[in-house]
Design a protein around this ligand. Structure first.
Ligand code: AMP
Length: 445
């Protein structure tokens, strides 16, 4: 029996089943099981699914099946996939190539940071599938290099993030240039504000598939916090964790580029091999960082949110939040980097007094209790606020008005402070072996 027998239930083209077999994809993930049959029916879909849930295959497989079912060698591009970042676009092209390995279907990448003319030449070769970011695709369209009149399937992946990044206008324009009779598949990790308008304008009577509520995290990832006194203390903690935690690959998130650079400098000075990824890095540097991490030449990446969006690196099993993300949804996105496709992982957030309220509102939003952990020799003097303050406002998206109601969470002030478990010592006890870090004025946040 071929290993992909469970995928055969979807009646996918045999060349796709062969590819699935060669990739050892045995069982469809939940989003694949829900979305593939509906997409094969030709329906428009609006899917909310967790990052790392296997959603790329959920749209790529039915899309390829459609192109294979009816060959149209002389047409222009037949599928357009829009995504928010270059990295995600590159990863999606790789997935397309993996699934299309036994076919003649070609994908083409069009993102910013690359030579415009070279891209124009690439587009003139009539690739069946175009994958790219809305800004550059829009520019190519304006230059007359992007005929969209033959598009049969339009995919908007991470639609919520495309909105956050200010791509709404480009997305709507490009969608408007595709034929009305197309199929549109919209995927988002969250139901962020503003998505409603895009859904109304771009989708036609979509089937709505809600695979996870945003506040559901991968259960295979442990969620921990470690209290810290100040930025330099956090840097020592990161150094300790990277030197002592068992992990294959790690990513450390900061909220600012300046902090990412500073932390990277500190870690390198203390003997760690680290790459940094943020919006100021050019395309070459970003690609190098991701390739090295994927190959395992480097095990640690320091990154800001936007730069790490959609990153899919096998073996990423440790996420450290140097700064607490500013919303519950962003927390979910960050943690989605680890524990992908059923693997386990640990997420550790470092909490100074400035992070506390954010941390507790994220707890309420996600309906979880972070496991409180301390590192022997690096224990903080800070133990959390004496009195838990009422924040009144939950983390997550701006749409949080309903979250309190949904979760039934009590305002923080009404909870007993004792409800938070006391700091449990780490199972690994060690002294900090790092040379004391001089405290500099923290970079502007
Ligand atoms: P995605 O959420 O699409 O970024 O997928 C996350 C990772 O899971 C990627 O490396 C996929 O190749 C992998 N993956 C997706 N679906 C399956 C599956 N059914 N079986 C095994 N791995 C999968």
């Amino acid at each position: 029996m071929p290993r992909s027998a469970l995928f055969a239930q979807f009646a996918l083209h045999e060349r796709l089943l062969k590819a699935l077999d060669s990739l050892s994809f045995t069982e469809p993930t939940a989003v694949q099981a829900a979305a593939i049959p509906k997409a094969l029916e030709g329906r428009d879909l609006r899917v909310t699914a967790q990052t790392g849930s296997g959603k790329t295959a959920a749209f790529v497989l039915p899309l390829l099946h459609r192109l294979l079912a009816e060959e149209k060698p002389k047409s222009g591009a037949r599928a357009l996939i829009l995504l928010p970042t270059r990295e995600l676009a590159q990863q999606t092209l790789k997935e397309v190539e993996r699934f299309a390995q036994f076919t003649f279907i070609k994908g083409c990448l069009i993102t910013g940071g690359e030579d415009f003319k070279v891209q124009g030449a690439r587009l003139r070769k009539n690739p069946e599938i175009i994958i790219g970011t809305p800004g550059r695709l829009s520019e190519q369209f304006n230059a007359g290099n992007l005929p969209l009149g033959d598009v049969e399937v339009l995919v908007l992946d991470e639609a919520d993030r495309m909105l956050d990044m200010g791509f709404a206008e480009d997305v709507l324009k490009l969608a408007g240039e595709c034929p009305q009779a197309r199929q549109t598949l919209l995927f988002s990790a969250t139901a962020g504000s503003g998505l409603h308008e895009m859904v109304e304008k771009v989708l036609r009577e979509p089937q709505v598939l809600q695979l996870n509520r945003v506040s559901e995290l991968n259960e295979d990832v442990r969620q921990q916090i470690i209290l810290a006194d100040h930025v330099a203390h956090k840097e020592q903690l990161v150094h300790w964790l990277l030197g002592n935690e068992p992990y294959e690959k790690a990513i450390v998130f900061t909220n600012t580029r300046a902090q990412a650079d500073r932390l990277t400098g500190r870690l390198i000075a203390n003997g760690h091999k680290v790459f940094v990824l943020h919006g100021e890095k050019d395309q070459k540097e970003r690609k190098l960082a991701i390739d090295r991490l994927k190959q395992g030449a480097v095990k640690i990446l320091v990154a800001t949110d936007v730069a790490a969006r959609g990153l899919d690196v096998e073996g990423l099993d440790l996420v450290i939040n140097f700064d607490m993300p500013r919303s519950g949804d962003e927390y979910v996105h960050r943690i989605g980097r680890t524990g992908r496709a059923g693997a386990s992982g640990v997420a550790i957030s470092l909490i100074c007094h400035g992070d506390w309220n954010l941390m507790s509102s994220i707890e309420r939003y996600l309906k979880l209790r972070f496991e409180n952990r301390a590192i022997q020799g690096l224990k903080a003097n800070y133990h959390g606020p004496k009195k838990l303050k009422a924040s009144g406002k939950a983390a997550g998206t701006k749409k949080k008005k309903t979250d309190g109601k949904k979760t039934g969470a009590k305002p923080a002030a009404k909870r007993k402070p004792a409800a938070r478990p006391k700091a449990a010592p780490s199972s690994v006890v060690s002294q900090d072996g790092m040379a004391p870090l001089k405290r500099k004025k923290p970079a502007a946040e």
